[in-house]
Design a protein around this ligand. Sequence first.
Ligand SMILES: Nc1ncnc2c1ncn2[C@@H]1O[C@H](COP(=O)(O)OP(=O)(O)O)[C@@H](O)[C@H]1O
Ligand SMILES: [Mg+2]
Length: 148
Amino acid sequence: MVYKSESFRQTKNFAVQMAKEISTTKFRAKGAVVLTLRGNLGSGKTTFTQGFLKGLGIKKKITSPTFVIQKNYKLKAKGYKLAYHIDCYRIKKSQELLILGIKEIFDNPKNIVLIEWPERISGILPKERIRINFKYGKKENERKVVIG
Ligand SMILES: Nc1ncnc2c1ncn2[C@@H]1O[C@H](COP(=O)(O)OP(=O)(O)O)[C@@H](O)[C@H]1O
Ligand SMILES: [Mg+2]
């Protein structure tokens, strides 16, 4: 599925809707709901995450965890407890995330995990995940959000 966004706002709103759908869908998965967000710098991964967390009911301002690697947010959505926003931009080895306890985060079905730059930790990502790709469009504010 491809969603064409023509503005920052559209990307955000699209993510709000997607979060609402995902958080009300019952998954039979063993672990967390994991969304991997790939795409070049400025393609909209953090913007999407801000919308997504907003759609999960988080009211706090969401800033990029580039320097702290991960931030987490308490959830009120039924069946879920925490949302994690992880930015692997500065990660060189998966080991760095294993130390942070990423395995436990992935194993808990009450977590929703959004990961920017997942290619940096491809070896430890759960196979069952929602893969999202962000691409620049032809026009300045155009982005393509490719799901699956
Ligand atoms: N359609 C769009 N969707 C998302 N962001 C857009 C769009 N058009 C322009 N932008 C701008 O692109 C930038 C996206 O930044 P960000 O979401 O931080 O990207 P990333 O996390 O992928 O590096 C922002 O400055 C935003 O205002
Ligand atoms: Mg980002």
